[in-house]
Design a protein around this ligand. Structure first.
Ligand code: TV1
Ligand code: CA
Ligand code: ZN
Length: 397
């Protein structure tokens, strides 16, 4: 009916607790959990729920979050509310809440929110460990900036680190790949001293015309983890810094060349892929010019290696395009092809009407939103690939 073709033998599970949708960071904050409502509605309207196992995971508990985060930080996080928060309390500032940018506000239900998205990532990890699926999806997770005792960049609890730690109970080597437009610094830092996790992040890197670095300001090509040769984590991080406006062709080539080499060399037993949708063209915070299918081709590339895979969300600040992308990528996982015309019976259809040139369709041309000139030359990208290949030679085989 909707162009659904049956899978090529991959079993896919979808881990989602709808209560996560009802949390609000604040009216002007770019992180909108209701983009997950839109995503779920699109997935359902294309009938993709019949092609996967659906799970409604329980929230993670304190002790589970304590696998990575400090007790003191978690106690604070579990007790803080908009009513009892004291913005000049030294702990409030030290733990990364509020601040000038208000990236990490304290909002109603905050502890419930972090427990729900982390519970879903844990459920995805357990499902792979129990061999219940080949690909486990959690679009509500992917909060890659959180540190063990610090909230950062809209992230309070690092569900990715916790999911990887679960995978490490059975797998010797786990590869983390991050296509969010921001550097996956929290995950990189968490595993900087081990050779059992390799972290690979593609992101915008650079300083703007006002002298501000693009958040979080780390992730240049020469940042490969600890330099100390005695440190097992040495050369087990690879960062791919990209400039504004990269297009589909360039990104696909860069991603495929680098990722294939990393998989070939590191030979991971499981992969976690953070698929932040803020690397799309027209994103409110992003700087790239990618279309949905180019973004999705990264998932296809990773899937083709046939390793157990957790696919998680992340950033994405133009909600209708976040939903389109993650719906498309869900279809990629199950091996389905979707009609460009959106099903007419979907709730929230108006959310997909009347935008740029995407009224009523799944695959609008996002490159033509042309908000960022392409500052990446093919020659510069070729040099970047060469440097990446050189960095990989420092990793012991
Ligand atoms: C409240 C209200 C907070 C409006 C934050 C954009 C806001 C931003 C807001 C914002 C905003 C950032 C910084 C500045 C560091 C600060 C989920 C020197 C319109 C994974 C996190 C980006 C990205 C943080 C998260 C960044 C993710 N950009 N409006 N804040 N200070 N913070 O630059 O990787 O996608 O922008
Ligand atoms: Ca990234
Ligand atoms: Zn991001």
């Amino acid at each position: 009916e909707y162009g659904l073709e049956r899978p090529q033998g991959y079993s896919v599970s979808f881990h989602y607790n709808p209560h996560v949708e009802y949390h609000h960071f604040g009216s002007s904050h770019p992180m909108k959990p209701w983009r997950l409502t839109l995503t779920k509605q699109l997935v359902l309207s294309y009938g993709l729920e019949y092609t996967m196992d659906l799970y409604e995971p329980r929230p993670a508990n304190f002790n589970e979050l304590n696998i990575f985060h400090d007790r003191e930080y978690l106690s604070y996080l579990s007790e803080i509310t908009p009513q009892n928060a004291k913005p000049d309390d030294p702990q409030y500032i030290a733990y990364g809440f509020g601040g000038d940018s208000n990236d990490c506000p304290v909002f109603d239900g905050l502890w419930n929110y972090v427990s729900l998205y982390t519970g879903a990532s844990m459920s995805a990890a357990y499902n792979l460990l129990n061999k219940q699926s080949d690909i486990a999806i959690n679009w509500s997770g992917g909060l890659h900036h959180a540190k063990k005792n610090l909230a950062s960049g809209f992230c309070y609890v690092n569900d990715i680190v916790i999911a990887i730690q679960l995978l490490l109970t059975q797998h010797q080597r786990v590869l983390y790949i991050d296509i969010d437009v921001h550097h996956g610094d929290g995950v990189e830092q968490a595993f900087e001293s081990t050779d059992r996790v390799f972290t690979l992040s593609f992101h915008k890197y650079g300083i703007d015309r006002h002298g501000w670095p693009f958040f979080p300001g780390t992730g240049n090509i020469d940042e490969m983890g600890p330099k100390d040769p005695a440190n097992r984590g040495k050369a087990h991080s690879l960062n791919i810094p990209i400039d504004d406006g990269i297009d589909d062709h360039q990104y696909k080539y860069l991603f495929k060349t680098v990722t294939s080499k990393v998989i070939e060399k590191y030979n991971p037993q499981a992969i976690v892929l953070q698929s932040g949708a803020d690397s799309l063209g027209g994103d409110r915070l992003g700087r790239f010019n990618l279309n949905i299918k180019a973004h999705g081709s990264c998932i296809e590339t990773v899937k083709s290696f046939g390793r157990p895979l957790i696919l998680i969300g992340g950033g994405g600040y133009t909600p209708r395009n976040v939903a389109r992308t993650w719906c498309h990528e869900t279809a990629v996982c199950v091996g389905a092809t979707l009609h460009n015309d959106l099903p007419t019976h979907i709730p929230y259809l108006q959310a997909f009407q009347g935008d740029e040139n995407g009224g009523g369709i799944l695959y609008p041309d996002l490159h033509n939103t042309k908000r960022h000139d392409n500052l990446n030359t093919d020659a510069a990208l070729q040099k970047l690939i060469e440097k990446a290949m050189e960095n990989l030679r420092y990793m012991e085989g």
